[in-house]
Ligand binder design. Structure first.
Ligand code: PHE
Length: 456
């Protein structure tokens, strides 16, 4: 039976065999992503804080999340068979239109609008599993800086900024593990090898990117407010922040890198970045410019900075969550930008009160575990993301995790059986047995009807 068209913010999208956005996801799409601008929300505070740390970058308002597939993937050089394009991973309104999977989707249009240094923070959508750190809607911030070739001349603006950034870092508590294998990171794209000028511009871009992001990492994760700490214990020595750069691979940057910081005993990947592919800038009708881009996930960073244990809490309306961030004036520290010319030294930066909140967990409501077991039709492929999607669509934020706990093949019939365990728990209230039984029943019925499985 033909699916009806989907209406999003007053526009209709015809359905086809790729259509896979459930109502629960459609309901999240708004002209402006609410959590990024709510005054007392940790994601809004983190966005504002990074914007203050990068004052040379113009904040661009988030465009609507519905984008052409060609904008999200094609304009950035994703090959047709790139796994990120699979309907198991991406929400499609139809074959031509999807929900953006990353803020990089807007690189071409923002460069085309003439912005050279900008930040764009927006909601992004990915089909994924269900657990404490995965949610189908999350928020990314894209940042970029490009310059005209002559800005890369010896003694020019880019080199001056690099030197200023490096001078500030030299006196700060940071240890940088910088030894990246450029070949492994995609090497220099061919365009950068055609002239000495291009090669120099690309190398300086990378140097500027490193200076900027090392400084950002230090501001976000480094020893908090050296001045306060020194006041409390003037002689205390602080461990430097340890940052490492590792080779990565993105279709739209070369070289491509990831930045990790050592925080509370773990390496935490905070962002992907690289030197912007010339093709992106050609697509944006600004050939001849060279520079860098990064993309970071706000939830991930906010979760570790504030010790927030479950990603669903960002969507909670519970006053016990929101009030913990409420009295903090996000804009309370005006100074302290990362502009290389900024006179403030790291040690004298004013307090950024929002950054210091540690979430105080309130007692959790009890969990309710339910299993669902079924037979898969022979030769039938079932993607765990499809199971997660139906669970999420029915249970909304009551689904804390969905885990494949058992799998076997019947020795005689050759049929495969799977068992998923669903953990139901509300962040905000007690669940009633009847409610969960009915919910689990509805989910089981939908799994059977939509995934063509046979209950056991
Ligand atoms: N868009 C990438 C992601 O979502 C991150 C990225 C942004 C990488 C910009 C390089 C440059 O993983």
């Amino acid at each position: 039976p033909a699916r009806p068209p989907t209406t999003v913010l007053g526009r209709r999208y015809a359905a086809d065999d790729y259509t896979n956005v459930p109502a629960s996801i459609l309901a999240r799409i708004a002209p402006q992503p609410a959590l990024l601008y709510a005054p007392s929300h940790p994601l809004a505070q983190l966005r504002a804080r990074i914007e203050r740390l990068l004052p040379a970058h113009t904040p661009i308002p988030a465009p609507v999340a519905v984008v052409d597939v060609d904008v999200n993937f094609g304009s950035l050089g994703f090959p047709a068979d790139h796994p990120g394009r699979a309907p198991s991973d991406t929400y499609y309104l139809n074959r031509a239109t999807c929900l953006r999977t990353h803020t990089s989707a807007h690189e071409v249009e923002v460069f085309a609008a003439g912005h050279d240094r900008w930040l764009l923070t927006a909601d992004v959508y990915r089909r994924d599993e269900i657990d404490a750190s995965h949610y189908p809607v999350f928020h990314q911030m894209e940042g970029a800086a490009v310059w005209a070739l002559f800005d890369f001349a010896a003694g020019g603006v880019v080199e001056q900024e690099c030197e200023a950034l490096e001078a500030r870092l030299a006196n700060a508590g940071i240890r940088i593990d910088d030894d990246v294998d450029l070949d492994e990171a995609g090497g220099w794209q061919p365009e950068h090898q055609v002239s000495q000028e291009m090669a120099r511009a690309a190398a300086l871009s990378l140097r500027h990117l490193k200076g900027t992001l090392n400084m950002l990492a230090l501001e976000l994760f480094g020893p908090r407010h050296a001045a306060d700490v020194a006041a409390a214990a003037p002689s205390a020595e602080h461990e430097p922040l340890h940052v490492r750069w590792i080779a990565a691979s993105f279709p739209f940057t070369s070289p491509s890198l990831e930045v990790e910081v050592w925080f509370r005993g773990k390496w935490l990947e905070i962002l992907g970045c690289g030197v912007v592919m010339e093709q992106t800038l050609v697509n944006a009708h600004v050939p001849g410019k060279v520079g860098w881009a990064f993309g970071l996930g706000l939830e991930r960073i906010a979760m570790v900075l504030h010790s927030i244990p479950d990603i669903r809490l960002f969507w909670s309306q519970d006053a016990r969550f929101l009030s913990q961030f409420a009295d903090v004036r996000a804009g309370s520290s005006a100074a302290g930008g990362l502009s290389p010319s900024s006179p403030s030294s790291l040690a004298s930066q004013p307090h950024d009160a929002a950054a210091l909140v540690t979430f105080q967990p309130y007692s959790k409501y009890p969990a309710c575990l339910k299993d669902v077991s079924f037979w898969l039709p022979k030769a039938h492929q079932l993607h765990a993301n499809d199971v997660a999607e139906i669970v999420r669509d029915e249970a909304h934020d009551l689904a804390e995790s969905v885990e494949l706990i058992d799998e076997f093949t019947h020795p005689k019939t050759g049929r495969r059986s799977q068992c998923y365990r669903i953990n139901y728990r509300s962040m905000d209230r007690n669940l009633q047995n009847d409610e969960i039984n009915a919910l689990h029943q509805r989910i089981t019925e939908r799994l059977v009807a939509e995934l063509h499985i046979e209950p056991r």
